[in-house]
Ligand binder design. Sequence first.
Ligand SMILES: CCCCCCCCCCCCCC(=O)SCCNC(=O)CCNC(=O)[C@H](O)C(C)(C)COP(=O)(O)OP(=O)(O)OC[C@H]1O[C@@H](n2cnc3c(N)ncnc32)[C@H](O)[C@@H]1OP(=O)(O)O
Length: 240
Amino acid sequence: MSTPHNWTTYTAFLRTSRASESDLKYFALHPWLAPLLSPGSPYRSVPFFSRLEKGENNTLDRFFNRVINTNDTIPHAIALVPGDEWLALRRKELFASSTSSPSSSQQNVTGEEKEQATTEQETTQKAEYDFILLTSLAPSLSGFTDTAHGGLLSALFDEAMGCCTAAFRNDDDAVQELFTVNLNVTYRRPVPLPGVYAIRVRVEKTEGRKWWLKGELVGGDGVVRTSAESLWVAARKGGL
Ligand SMILES: CCCCCCCCCCCCCC(=O)SCCNC(=O)CCNC(=O)[C@H](O)C(C)(C)COP(=O)(O)OP(=O)(O)OC[C@H]1O[C@@H](n2cnc3c(N)ncnc32)[C@H](O)[C@@H]1OP(=O)(O)O
């Protein structure tokens, strides 16, 4: 077991963490990932939160941080997140008309503010996706021969989407924890093993306690092999 990561809040974790040199070196070997990892990229490379050890007495994320955190399952995984400025603009965009705004200061965005946000978007580096998971998938994740198991792919989408929603919640947030209530995965093409893949996800819209997300998995050939749509619901205030 590795040393537990010393995180306090997810926002602080995103701001202060950097993906490990060994993971970065590994993914940099794949030329198709260069635009995402280069200094000019709109994304920052951070550790994949779910993969971090949370401590012997903390059972959070055990599936991701222990069971499939091995050389013959997922040897390498990192997350790419947009810069703070772009995330702030996306927050404004997503919660402008929603009652599930992540903080009271972001509620009731006026037309003028929307216009300002649009101008800011033109000057801030645009990120097409809200969260990207780069992952290597090793042979022991097979269902059919040398092919990733569909259930594993669903779990990867679920986790990437969960991390994506977490980035939009502020630490002092009125929004409660979010849960997947529906995850619809379309298996378009087999996902060969071993391989390196990007799972890129985006929040499509929010409405009250409900958040809709979309995602797709691609490899170096750019073919969308799997896609997913999900609905997340924020727990009622005061807990479940
Ligand atoms: C430090 C932080 C770390 C951050 C890192 C994060 C990484 C995390 C990664 C984690 C990744 C792992 C993630 C996982 O694996 S999460 C594990 C899998 N998910 C669950 O276990 C969730 C189980 N479900 C529940 O507990 C309840 O349903 C909750 C509490 C979520 C809502 O129950 P609640 O009683 O409060 O709400 P409601 O029933 O009134 O519904 C509310 C609204 O939603 C609509 N609705 C509901 N269901 C569906 C449906 N299926 N299709 C369409 N619509 C649906 C419903 O009609 C209603 O709409 P409206 O009538 O209001 O219009």
